[in-house]
Structures are given as C-alpha cells and as structure tokens.
Write a protein that binds this ligand. Structure first.
Ligand code: ADP
Ligand code: ZN
Ligand code: ZN
Length: 695
C-alpha cells in the first residue's frame, strides 16, 4: 500500500494486456488505459515501466496531466523511460485508429508495434536515483550509431522516364508540393517501370526533407529494393524492417527511422506501424497482395492502415500493382483514388509475353507435363535461357494414397491431408506441424503398395531432373523458404544464371525482375476456378499475370504456357489479352450481384473449441446478439458454419459472418458485440476479424 500522499502527476498508460473493454454510458468502448502516478511531468509518447498485478510491464504514456484529486489507490510508475525520443501524437493517432477499427485496446496495438527489444521490462535496472538503465539499450545505441556511420554508396543515375512514367510521377510530385492527402493507384502492366515512378516520387519527397515509407508484401522483395534505393539515393540513409532481421537489427533500424535519421524505410507489413516523424510519402508496391494482411494476433491490413495513415498525416500515398485489388480498383473507379496508368512495358525492346493455354482435358500427361510444355522447355534450355515452372495450388503436395481402397494419409489433428516429404521420409501436416512415419501398409485394407499421389513441387522437380539431366534445377516453396536465407540465396542464383529451371509456388510470382527468363510453365491452375472462396479467381488472375510478367522483360520475347482443363474460361481469355480492366469489370459485376466485397463490408467471429458443437453453440449466441444489433443497424447476419479447415491442431472451429453495405454501421456494431461475447462463459477461444480476406 502506498501511504505517501499521492503524487500530483498522473499518466494514462497503454498496456498490452488482453482486451480490457468497458461500457460507457450505454456504448461500448475499447479505449482502455491504466492510470499511474509519476514523479514529474512527462510527455505523451514516452515509454514507461509500470507495475501491473505482480508483473512489471512496459507501456506507452497515452495522456499526461495533473490530477485534480489524486486517487490514493493509484500506483506509482517505476520509471519513465526517455532513452528514445517520444512517439509522436500522429503515431499515437494511427494506433488509436487501428485499435478502434480492429477492436483492440490501444495498448494491444501500440505496444506490440514497438520492436521487441524496446518492450522488455527485464532489460531495465532501477538505480537508487529512480533512473532506469538498460545494458541492451546501450548496445542498441551503438548499433544505431553504426547505421548512421555507414558510408554512402555511389550514386547511380535514374533512366530518363518515358512519357507515361513522367505523367504519373508528375501527378504525384504535384500532390507532394500541395501537401494534402492524395491517394494514387498506379496501375502498370508488369515491366512497365512502376519502380521508376516510385523513385521519382521518393526523390522529390526526400528533397523536401521528408521521410518515405516503402512497403513490399514479402520479405524476399525487400533486399533488392533496398539495394536499388541505396544505389539511387547514396547520400540518404535507408532503414529496413522485416522478419528476416535479428531483434537487434530490427530495433536499431526502427530507432534510426523513429529519430528521423533514415529518410527512407523499406519493409514488410510490420513497417506500416513504424514511427516516422517526418513522413511525407508512402509507397505500397504490389498493393493487391494478400500478404499485406496479418493472419494472426491483430489481423490488420498494412495496405489499408497505410492509406489511413496517409489521410491522418495529410500526405500522398501510391498503391502500385499490375492487378490491383478489386477494393482499390473500385475506389479508383469512384475517383476516391487517382488512377495513374502505365499501359506498356518500359524497355523499348520488351513486349508483354504471349500467353497460350494448353488444353489438358483428355490428354495423358507425363509427370504432369504436356508434350508442348516439354518441347518448349527443351527449346529454351537449348538457347541457354531460363525457365520458370509455377505450381499454382497452395499446399498442393503429394499425399500418400492406397490405390486399392482409396485411403489417403490424413492429419489426425486437422481436417486436412498429410503430405509426404521425400527428404525425411515423413508425413507432414502443413497446418499444424504434425509429423509421423508413414504406415507400412494401408491402415484400411492392408495393401502394402502405398504411393504418393499428386504433383508437389518436389515431384515436379524430380520429373524435370529425369527429363533434363543436364539442367540445373532449383525449387522454391514453403519448405525451402522456411530455412533462413535459403530463398534469398536461391533467387540470387537464379538471377545470376546459376539455375536453369526454377520450380516454385506463389512466392515466385512476386515482383522479381529476371532478365534471361523467357518461358513460364503453369501447372494446376484450375482448382481456383471453382473454389468456394469468392476471391480465388481474382487471386488466380493476379498470380498468373504476375508470374507471366516475369517472362520476356528484357530484349527476348517471353512465352507463358498455362496447362488447363478449361481453356475456354473467360479468365484465360482476359489473361491472354492482358486485360485486367476487362476481367475486373466482369468480376465486379458478379460481386455486385452477389453483394460481396467491395460492395459490402465484412467481419467474422471465429470460435474454437474441443468440439465443433461447442464452437457452434457459442456462435449461436453471437448470432443472437448480432441479430439484435441488426434491428437498429443495416447488418446482415449469416448462420454460424464450420470453417472449411474445421479441425486444426486438435481444435474444432466455426465462424459467423456479419456484413453491412455501410462500413460505419459495421464499426458501430462490433464493440457491443465484442463486449457481450466477453460475458459468455464457455470453454473455448474466439476472436473478431475485420475485413477478412479468407472466409
Ligand atoms: P514493374 O515493377 O512495373 O513490373 P519494373 O519497375 O521492374 O517494372 O521495370 C521493368 C524494367 O524496365 C526494369 O528492368 C527497369 O530497369 C526498366 N525500366 C523502367 N523504366 C525505364 C525507363 N524509363 N527506361 C529504361 N528502362 C526502364
Ligand atoms: Zn487400402
Ligand atoms: Zn495437422
């Protein structure tokens, strides 16, 4: 108990503790802060070491002031940490927005947005003078100094922009000069030179002394872009943030940007939440990419938050893509975003690749390849050009199968098949990590002849190796990329010409610029055409456009061969014409008729329990609550249903979809739903996801 007279200085602190929500005069609020007394006046945005129950936590001072009548029960903060500059009010506003939009408390969003090393209470020692010191922060300071001292690289000159690029860049720089919120959608075909438009805009912003945030969807895309930025803007400090860095590196880069030394920050979605006090421009490359959506914890969309950030900061933002998301496309059509178009490839000798469908229905494929595809591969190899083989389906990998009775290897903990990995001879579950030795004989019928079924990337690689023994073959998929740095090394070898054929999944499709690649072969494109996921065709079109876009980028023409059972499908017709706008308008009509996004806004309540019935029962209460809210708000509440992958890691899962044609109505309903759900006692867990990408 604190028997001293309470201190006159009080701070409200944001802490990362499970959603503490409350009702205030009938409306729910999730904005929950914790009050502490401090020895002297402090600034909002500083980190603070406070007692919480029996723990000590690091929080962020959200408000500071004098208390009228300091309540006795206020606990004293242990120390205010001023070893880094305070976070700006603008940054706190962004966190407040994210918290309220995604239904979290401020602390649950703001504290995890800091690098791990800046939120470890155990690294601080309290001195007798009440000062907190941290050895790891001292080491971090040295790292930041080293970043600052990195010698600038030489200047590389930008190519002269072509007309379309100049027009696009001009619009952006005009907006930068105006200094108001200006969202742009840069729609440029693959190889049209979107990067140079970004570069021109970046040059302009840093010329004004502003910071620039550049977001890429995937970690492998960060290093090449970082290299280019360093080469172009030699005198300017560039910082990076992605999951491929050590905690120390990440924290040092974060501080470097936070304190305004780095004018350019390149990173994956986590960088969208970084502190950038002089931010003047945001670039989101490959804005359509689903990787911008975080799939756990705070399920935020880095692209969407970037747009909000630009509007809060009143700055320009450029969303770039060859296949924009329908959400962004719709906003551009409604002139909420300014559309900038790059309709042609930038390099005069490069043209868009020729896309050809190979009808595979009723064709006998040899290890998955049609004769036409084999021939084409042989021809390319003969010309010493590179080949990419793209296996579309995610998780499409060989399961173990009994030809006698049809038994298939399943994961015992998930409603999913287990996949046979040749490297270790084990069955793996890609959803929960389960591994086991495969049975010697079929568990159903005793047949001793179990064989892998399906074409995983491994089997495609083997089959290519058998057909083209002299070719150097590389494989890039999830397993390969789990090993740190191996994906990067592989891509570098392909860039450098040390690999002739690269086999891989989605990851290949993104942004890489391979100069000697002339042939792309696409296997297994069809599953997405008839998927239960309404976004599957949009993704397939985008993936195929992107992967096709890897071919023929320099002076050699590119060819893309798509093996499909449905060569007449309108998606392929649009793909062959490189007609994103046509395809998008067709999809948009379908979405409008079915009242799907972007014509409606969605939130999902997901529940997970030992038994599916329990999850469904919990959701029936949720449905009831939502139905009551729907009496007053324009909401559509669906039935609770089991998730497609309804069993995962031994838990059973179901979901409830809530929609509204008006985003604010949905946003009004969610806090009340959240609070009422918290009152339900049951044995399971649940969360709400706003704007889910997978339903
Ligand atoms: P995108 O990102 O739109 O797919 P990139 O930015 O990768 O395209 O550019 C494709 C290629 O065109 C790159 O090799 C790039 O160096 C080149 N390029 C871009 N703009 C120009 C230009 N104005 N003049 C000459 N080459 C250019
Ligand atoms: Zn069997
Ligand atoms: Zn599993």
């Amino acid at each position: 108990m604190n028997t001293e007279p309470a201190c006159e200085h009080v701070v409200a602190v944001a802490l990362d503790v499970p959603s503490y929500a409350k009702m205030q005069s009938g409306t729910a609020t999730l904005e929950v802060l914790f009050d502490y007394s401090v020895a002297a006046a402090t600034t909002p945005g500083l980190r603070i070491l406070v007692p919480f129950g029996k723990q000590t936590l690091i929080g962020i001072v959200a408000c500071a002031g004098k208390s009228e009548a300091a309540p006795r029960e206020l606990r004293d903060a242990r120390a205010v940490l001023d070893d880094i500059a305070p976070l700006s009010p603008g940054w706190l506003d962004l966190m407040r927005f994210a918290a309220s939009y995604y239904q979290r408390s401020l602390g649950e969003v703001a504290v995890p947005a800091l690098p791990v090393l800046l939120r470890r209470p155990e690294s601080y020692r309290l001195g007798e003078d009440g000062q907190a010191t941290s050895r790891s922060m001292e080491l971090l300071r040295k790292r930041v100094l080293r970043l600052a001292a990195e010698s600038p690289t030489t200047h590389e000159r930008a190519p002269a922009l072509n007309d379309a690029q100049r027009l696009a860049a001009g619009e952006i720089t005009t907006a930068l000069a105006a200094g108001s919120f200006a969202p742009f959608l840069l729609h440029g075909v693959t190889g049209s030179g979107k990067t140079e438009v970004y570069m021109a805009a970046i040059a302009d912003a840093i010329g004004r002394g502003q910071q620039v945030l550049v977001l890429v969807p995937e970690i492998n895309l960060a290093p090449p872009l970082e290299r280019l930025l360093r080469a172009r803007f030699g005198q300017t400090s560039v910082a990076a943030l992605h999951s491929g860095m050590s905690d120390g590196e990440r924290a040092a880069n974060w501080i470097f940007a936070h304190e305004g030394h780095a004018l350019i920050l390149v990173g994956t979605r986590m960088a969208a939440l970084a502190s950038l006090p002089k931010l003047g421009l945001i670039v989101v490359d490959e804005e359509h990419d689903p990787s911008f959506k975080q799939q756990e914890g705070l399920r935020y969309s880095a692209r969407d938050l970037a747009v909000v950030r630009a509007s809060l900061e009143k700055i320009a933002i450029v969303l770039g893509s060859a296949t924009p998301s329908l959400e962004s496309w719709q906003l551009a059509r409604r002139e909420r975003y300014r559309l900038l178009a790059l309709p042609e490839r930038a390099v005069a000798t490069a043209s868009l690749p020729v896309i050809e469908c190979i009808p595979t229905r009723r064709m006998v494929l040899e290890h998955g390849f049609s004769p036409r595809a084999r021939e084409a591969i042989a021809t390319s190899l003969g010309r010493r050009e590179q080949v990419l083989v793209f296996v579309n389906r995610r998780g499409y990998a060989p399961v173990l199968n009994c030809a006698a009775c049809g038994w298939i290897s399943d994961c015992p903990r998930c409603s999913a098949h287990a996949v046979f990995h040749k490297a270790d001879g084990l069955l793996h579950c890609h959803h929960c990590g389960w591994q086991a030795r495969p049975p010697r004989t079929c568990p159903e019928c005793g047949n001793a002849d179990l064989a892998p079924l399906g074409r995983g990337t491994q089997r495609v690689e083997e089959s290519l190796a058998a057909s083209f023994p002299d070719a150097r073959i590389g494989r890039l998929d999830r397993d390969a990329s789990l090993k740190r740095g191996s994906a990067k090394a592989l891509l570098e070898r392909f860039h450098g010409g040390d690999i002739d054929i690269l086999v891989g999944t989605q990851m290949l499709a993104k942004g890489h610029d391979f100069k000697n690649l002339t042939l792309v072969v696409v296997l297994d494109a069809d599953s997405a055409l008839y998927s239960h996921d309404f976004r599957a065709p949009e993704r397939l079109f985008s993936n195929l456009t992107q992967v096709a876009g890897r071919a023929g980028r320099a002076d050699k023409p590119g060819v893309v061969l798509v093996q499909t059972d449905f060569a007449d499908h309108p998606l392929f017709a649009a793909l062959r014409r490189h007609d994103f706008a046509g395809f998008a308008s067709q999809l948009m009509d379908e979405r409008k008729q079915a009242q799907l996004p972007p014509f409606t806004y969605q939130a999902i309540v997901r529940a997970e329990a030992r038994k599916l019935a329990d999850a469904l029962e919990f959701l029936s209460h949720a449905r009831q609550i939502a139905a009551e809210l729907a009496l007053e708000l324009p909401l559509t509440v669906y039935d609770a249903v089991p998730m497609t992958l309804f069993r995962k890691a031994g838990a059973e899962r179901a979901q409830l979809l809530i929609e509204s044609a008006m985003r604010p109505a949905l946003q009004r309903a969610l806090p009340t739903l959240f609070l009422k759900l918290r009152e339900i006692k049951w044995r399971g867990s649940w969360h709400i996801e706003v704007d889910p990408l997978e339903i």
